[in-house]
Design a protein around this ligand. Structure first.
Ligand code: MN
Length: 196
């Protein structure tokens, strides 16, 4: 069963002004579309055909094949990214996730600062993540389309810091994009992953 790009639960323009409609359209249809097309080609006829994206990107053997690592990783990461965003969201997480963030990172604003630093500090293309690692929370960053699953860590929130995620609106200002994205994070979705 070949992978497909999942439909968004909101319009391309729904995250304006924080993420612009044209960026969303190109990012979702073209970039994510290419990861799916090339990932399907890479796994066709292999032992990975029919496995879930999570299974594939958690497998050391699959990760030795660059076309699988990059494209199925891209599919996995972007699927999680679209689900983590929603219009009219933002704010701060409450409940168990809010408590865990506050106790791990001292405060929500300290957490935000550390995510921002992680995103700025990723040289070139990649992601900054909030992950569950063992019983605790961590902020990590990965290059290219690598996922935290490679290190046995469970992604709760991933923020794409490839230039294609922000360049049309923010150009070289990755820090401004990282400030704006908090307005469209769906903490209910992140909390669901934390509780799972
Ligand atoms: Mn991307």
């Amino acid at each position: 069963m070949a992978f497909t790009v999942p439909a968004l639960n909101y319009d391309f323009a729904a995250l304006e002004p924080h993420i612009d409609a044209l960026t969303m359209e190109i990012h979702h249809d073209k970039h994510h579309g290419a990861y799916v097309t090339n990932g399907n080609k890479a796994i066709e006829g292999t032992e990975w055909d029919g496995k879930s994206a999570e299974e594939i990107v958690s497998s050391a053997a699959a990760l030795e094949v660059p076309a699988i690592r990059n494209n199925i990783g891209g599919h996995y990461n972007h699927t999680l990214f679209w689900e983590s965003l929603a219009p009219g969201k933002g704010g701060e997480p409450s409940g168990a996730l809010g408590d865990a963030i506050a106790s791990t990172f001292e405060s929500f604003s300290e957490f935000q600062a550390k995510v921002k630093a992680g995103g700025i500090g990723r040289f070139g293309s990649g992601w900054v993540w909030l992950v569950k690692a063992g019983a605790g929370l961590e902020i990590v960053s990965t290059p290219n389309q690598d996922t935290p699953l490679i290190d046995g860590k469970t992604p709760l929130l991933g923020i794409d810091v490839w230039e294609h995620a922000y360049y049309l609106k923010y150009q070289n200002r990755r820090p401004d994009y990282l400030d704006a994205i908090w307005n469209v994070i769906d903490w209910d979705k992140v909390a669901e992953r934390f509780a799972a």
